[in-house]
Design a protein. Sequence first.
Length: 286
Amino acid sequence: MAKGRELKGRIKSIENTRKITRTMEMVATSKMKRAQDRVVAARPYAAALADVISSLYSSDLAERFPLLRQPNEIKRAAVIVLTSNRGQAGAFNANLVKEARALIKSLEDKGTQVDVHVVGRKGVGYFKYVGRALASTRIDITDRPTADNAAELTDGVMQQFVAGTLDAVYVVYAKFHSALSTPPASEQVLPVRPPAQTGTRKDYLLFPSADVLLTELLPLYVRNTVYRALVETAAGEQGARRTAMKNATDNAGEILNLLRRTYNRARQAQITQEIAEIVGGAAALE
């Protein structure tokens, strides 16, 4: 019955594993709902901010604001890569790293010097493994990012852009469409490109002037773009982890069914053999 005992041990082990993956699936589902609420809450503000900037924008104003400066050539760029601190989320982090590598390669093929800023242990670990020098790393941003986190990530590169030492800033993040769809995406943060006008242009009475408003709104727009990327990546991570843990739970269930059938067959074969031995022994005594 050694094989039977071995099968029972494997069955017990996989049952324990399935309990863990099911619990992690439930936790990820709960966290994803809260993260999704933050994504939904961030979008109206971002849309309103983009609408105001697009309405205020004009070519003569663009010449006076460094954040609107459109360089003729991108000699140096910064790429902010957002990943998670934890794994067990399927190919979530691998897809983000793949998107970042493609963007970096595209820029470097054009002769651009690229500074890489990485958020999340998984991204930091990968780039250190491949020997890539990083301009900055952050592993202290949780799955509940704040506006202050976005400001900390963007204020430094904004200052470099204003000073003329950077010509462009990009962010690589997971775009949250739904729990099952969180594709990696890259977006240009700087220079600010005013969103396209949709519908009739609004007529504003400005007080104070457009110059004063843009001075305040443009940095807010940059920070909000990165904040939105942070919350969408956090929601995408929980969605990916929920899917991965559900698949693991389902796979554990299939393996359990197979092992139980195998155990039952082995037990049935042993019982049949014991009965045959008893019958044979009884016949020999007659």
